[in-house]
Ligand binder design. Structure first.
Ligand SMILES: Nc1nc2c(c(=O)[nH]1)N[C@H]1C(S)=C(S)[C@@H](COP(=O)(O)O)O[C@H]1N2
Ligand SMILES: [Mo]
Length: 218
């Protein structure tokens, strides 16, 4: 697996056509479903088969663990919190990038303020309602204003294929941190590597300075 990941890194440097082969080569390894690029350049990824749809009317994001007031947030609850908008790129570690996506929702620090983080919490764990995918951030990373529970992309509700009703968007990191079908957030006392990180990707997934990348600062 690590050999395959090495090939993936080389593929980014070499170019798009090799990258396509690399994507195909990687696919069976992680069981990822790489559907053809949609308009706008996104590829729809899911490590599971079909994911059950959550309706906006009944969907909830639970926030618990090391917090003062655990709470299950409906979409209406989230809409009542301060809203954050970010115009930023989406960059997958395999090389594709969608420039200038408009993300809207609740900045994670604002959500954490509502539940009150316990002094002994050091990390935040995210669970997808696909039943398989997980992610983690350190508490410091989770308190960045460019990390959000996204409810909208480009002015519309996040579609099911993009992980709606709620997905995580971690602007400064590669796409695998941006967990789709967000159903649960847990404050914990340690960082637990997420789905792809168990398969070799870096837990600290900074764009340009992780996973073997060393981009010049921009
Ligand atoms: N639940 C879940 N979240 C996920 C993934 C996934 O397979 N399942 N793939 C990740 C990866 S590797 C990327 S690049 C993005 C892709 O987002 P998109 O499907 O909206 O294009 O979602 C991330 N979040
Ligand atoms: Mo990705």
């Amino acid at each position: 697996m690590l050999g395959m990941l090495g090939l993936g890194v080389a593929g980014v440097a070499v170019g798009a056509s090799l990258q396509q082969k690399v994507n195909r080569a990687l696919a069976p390894v992680g069981g990822i479903q790489d559907v053809l690029p949609a308009a706008g350049g996104f590829r729809y990824y899911s490590v599971t088969g079909s994911v059950k749809r959550h309706s906006i009317a009944t969907h909830k994001v639970t926030v618990g663990g090391l917090v003062d007031k655990p709470q299950a947030f409906t979409m209406a609850d989230l809409a009542r919190l301060p809203q954050t908008m970010l115009d930023k790129d989406f960059q997958c570690v395999t090389g594709w990038r969608v420039p200038n996506v408009r993300w809207a929702g609740v900045a994670l620090p604002d959500l954490l303020d509502v539940v009150g983080v316990s002094p002994n919490a050091v990390a935040v764990r995210f669970k997808s309602f696909d039943g398989v995918y997980t992610e983690s951030l350190t508490l410091d990373q989770a308190r960045r204003r460019d990390v959000m529970v996204a409810t909208q992309m480009d002015g519309k509700p996040v579609t099911h294929d993009h992980g709606g009703p709620t997905r995580l968007y971690v602007a400064p990191m590669y796409g695998y941190k941006s967990l789709k079908w967000l159903g649960g957030i847990e404050l914990t006392d340690e960082v637990k590597p997420g789905y792809w990180e168990d398969l070799g990707y870096d837990v600290d997934a900074w764009v340009g300075r992780s996973n073997g990348r060393d981009d010049a600062p921009t």
